[in-house]
Write a protein that binds this ligand. Structure first.
Ligand code: ZN
Length: 369
């Protein structure tokens, strides 16, 4: 099989760091909310955040399993199980049911513009700052990408599944196994977890797909436990996070590792492929390449893509990349890696790379059909 892969600046414009919306009571200054989750192309905003902006309050009632909103005219009520807003004994239909996402009850733009406006008695301004619908509408979802994965993994994929079904993230080390320790005492296990958790949030917010973290705290894992999240049936990508140390304090930059058998012999892998090239990249290489390009586009130094024997335990053809985030032995880079803004820059670039990979995989299949 021979594919023509066009990698020349086919980047979509990068979205803001997170999905975000502006909400205001008409005539007042808008308030920016960033805890927004895009699902099926619709933004979901935590009800408490939205109420706060328009000057209302409410609380979750765990007995009635509903959220009660206090208004001038008495209580209003919504519930994740119901497609209605209840005011006194009247029921008003909602376009979308509220959903619990990442531990908070969330409502859509439609609820804010209609029902919330009704409750406040004033019109509400709403602007989605990130209308990029990464989670493609259902009709477009039966793309070639699922066919590709279904073919490679020999698994059945629901025709209406998302662009990627799920992503597994493995923050290296944990607990007594600290990984590399910087001279300042900063530990690799902490960096790995911070980056993985931030990327998990970004992926959940923008793609609305399950993200499996091998650990969500500071504890040790067996190799079996580590592989557990990656071996789930719906996982399409597995990323492992680590950081390095070297005797030379000069070395810096991100290094990417794939399975040795997936390194392509016919191209120089130390450089990401930016020209139009005719190569037969393995999926892990394709993913690593997109991650490298996205990182470089964000002005983050990438040393190259290398073979790693450590990945031999992973599933045969599951697209897998081990990301060495940088050198804790380089004092400048150490400082950067601890900076939340720089971490966010890395996370945003990794997200863009994953997204681009999904897009490229789809084109690859479409080119064959
Ligand atoms: Zn490590």
């Amino acid at each position: 099989m021979h594919f023509l892969i066009i990698l020349c600046c086919l980047f979509l414009p990068l979205h803001s760091a997170f999905a975000a919306v502006d909400i205001a009571l008409r005539g007042k200054d808008p308030v920016r909310l960033e805890d927004v989750y895009q699902q099926d192309g619709i933004p979901y905003i935590a009800i408490e955040d939205a109420l706060d902006v328009v000057g209302l309050t409410g609380h979750w009632n765990s007995i009635t399993h509903s959220f009660k909103i206090s208004t001038k005219h008495g209580w209003a009520e919504i519930s994740p199980a119901s497609g209605f807003l209840k005011i006194a004994d009247e029921y008003y239909p909602l376009k979308e049911k509220p959903r619990f996402i990442d531990g908070r009850l969330r409502v859509t733009d439609n609820f804010i513009l209609n029902q919330l406006a009704q409750l406040t008695g004033r019109s509400i301004y709403f602007r989605n700052l990130d209308p990029g619908t990464d989670n493609l509408p259902a009709k477009q979802q039966s793309s070639g990408l699922e066919k590709l994965f279904a073919f490679l993994l020999n698994k059945k994929v629901a025709a209406s599944g998302p662009m990627l079904r799920a992503v597994a993230l493995d923050p290296g080390h944990g607990g007594l196994d600290t990984g590399v320790i910087a001279s300042s005492g900063y530990k690799e296990k902490q960096l790995n977890l911070e980056i993985a958790e931030k990327l998990a949030k970004q992926l959940k917010m923008k793609l609305g797909i399950p993200i499996y973290l091998s650990r969500d705290g500071d504890y040790e894992l067996t190799m079996e436990q580590r592989l557990q999240s990656a071996s789930k049936d719906d996982v399409d990508i597995w990323l492992l996070f680590h950081a390095q140390a070297a005797f030379s304090s000069e070395l810096r930059g991100v290094s990417l590792f794939v399975r040795p058998e997936e390194i392509n012999q016919n191209i120089v892998v130390q450089e990401a492929v930016e020209e139009i090239v005719e190569v037969n990249l393995s999926d892990s290489m394709l993913l690593a390449n997109e991650l490298a390009l996205a990182l470089r586009k964000s002005a983050i130094e990438v040393r190259g893509i290398y073979p790693s024997s450590r990945l031999s335990l992973g599933r045969g053809n599951l697209p897998t990349v081990q990301i060495e985030l940088g050198f804790l032995s380089n004092s400048d880079e150490l400082q950067q890696l601890q900076n939340p803004e720089y971490q966010q820059q890395i996370v945003q670039a990794l997200y863009a790379g994953i997204r681009q990979y999904a897009k490229q995989s789809k084109e690859k299949i479409d080119g064959v059909n």
